[in-house]
Design a protein around this ligand. Structure first.
Ligand SMILES: *Cc1c(COP(=O)(O)O)cnc(C)c1O
Length: 383
């Protein structure tokens, strides 16, 4: 498939061949506008309906509560802004956490500039929030609680059911960024009292630029795009039919052999983690075992620069990610590693590997050998 080892699946994933094949006719002969009333469009409409049905089934939701978007960031922006703008009479307070994705954090910062107030919950060394603190933070004027289902950097899985029941009890809406959780974590929007949920196809072997927002019916939310009334008037614009078909196929594939795939991934994850921890000065960032995504490994090396490590890995054909990036001279350190209390030196020496079902055991072995070599070499030259 490729001649490098791809271990950056939290950033994006390889598109399944069956997804590509499913999309193909909708990029070619089935090109009609799904809003047109002639029979040529009927199949486009039913193809979109199939995706809505699959997404709804996966989440225990109603198909009519699924709205297609251009991906995770759009769904998150819409959920948060839409709810707070649509419910200003209740108040202008929002609760979230310090480890959210930038799609959430930057939306909240934007809202703070507009006069909204945000409480960012602290997390412990595993990236877990304190549920008592969550309870205390919700006030009568709290419109929304936005807490991710699983963290993209350290793999923490958050207790959606407990969070949902606190939100319900306190009478506030609950949005979850489930972009990293689809396929890895069981989600039922009814059982977990989730009012809004964001997802993105390219994080589970689907196409880029398509995702969805689950939006519980009956809740007032501002419409996102005004226009030709697509997505029941809430998100206008001619639909990305091929993308939506690809999303549906990717969801179908996610649902088959889910347990088996996750079991295999956890084994590879543990093999990689344990191997890395044998290297001198290596520490694990984030939780061990159960409450961690089955594909996430995040470690730090003392006395080593993560970015240099990353570049050397790249030269050896291994693609990963690091918790600090040097953008135009300034070091931009991971807010997530900072929130879980990792010291600066260890943030600088951090490395994230995120696996997929396409990874093989020999790739993990090669990665371990290569990382060890590079770390030793870098320590010797004193970086
Ligand atoms: C990738 C990601 C997003 C953004 O999704 P896009 O579809 O790339 O916009 C949001 N949240 C999390 C946790 C992510 O990993």
């Amino acid at each position: 498939m490729t001649d490098f080892i791809y271990l950056d699946n939290a950033a994006t994933t390889f598109m399944d061949y069956d997804v590509l094949k499913a999309m193909e006719p909708y990029n070619l002969e089935k090109y009609s506008n799904p809003s047109s009333i002639y029979s040529f469009s009927r199949e486009n409409k039913s193809a979109m309906k199939r995706t809505r049905d699959v997404a709804a089934k996966l989440l225990g939701a109603k198909p009519k509560d699924i709205y297609f978007t251009s991906g995770g960031s759009e769904a998150i922006n819409w959920a948060i802004k839409g709810v707070v703008y649509g419910n200003e009479a209740k108040g202008r307070h929002i609760v979230s956490t310090k480890i959210e994705h930038h799609a959430t954090l930057h939306t909240l910062e934007f809202l703070e500039k507009q006069g909204f107030e945000v409480t960012y919950l602290d997390v412990d060394e595993n990236g877990q929030i304190d549920l008592e603190e969550l309870k205390k933070s919700i006030r009568p004027d709290t419109v929304l609680v936005s807490i991710m289902a699983a963290n993209n950097e350290i793999g923490t899985i958050l207790p959606l059911k407990k969070i949902g029941s606190i939100c319900r009890e306190k009478g506030t809406f609950f949005h979850t960024d489930a972009v990293q959780a689809i396929g890895a974590v069981e989600i039922d929007v009814e059982e977990m009292n989730i009012d809004f949920l964001s997802a993105s196809a390219h994080k589970f072997h689907g196409p880029k630029g398509v995702g969805f927002l689950y939006l519980r019916s009956g809740i007032v939310i501002e419409n996102l795009i005004h226009g030709g009334n697509q997505e029941r008037g809430r998100r206008s614009g001619t639909e990305n039919v091929a993308g939506i078909v690809g999303l549906g196929k990717a969801l179908e594939i996610v649902m088959t052999d889910k347990e088996e795939k996750n079991r295999r991934l956890s084994m590879l994850r543990d093999q990689l983690t344990q191997g890395l921890l044998k290297i001198e000065g290596c520490r694990l960032n984030g939780p061990r075992g159960e409450n961690r995504l089955p594909n996430n490994v995040n470690v730090s090396f003392s006395g080593v620069d993560g970015e240099a490590l990353l570049m050397n890995l790249d030269l050896s054909g291994i693609l990963a990610s690091s918790g600090s990036a040097c953008t135009s001279g300034a070091i931009d350190e991971s807010h997530v590693l900072e929130a879980i209390g990792v010291e600066k030196e260890y943030i600088r020496g951090s490395l994230r590997f995120t696996l997929s079902k396409y990874n093989m055991e020999d790739e993990i072995e090669k990665t371990l050998r290569t990382v060890e070599e590079i770390v030793k070499r870098q320590r010797k030259i004193g970086r």
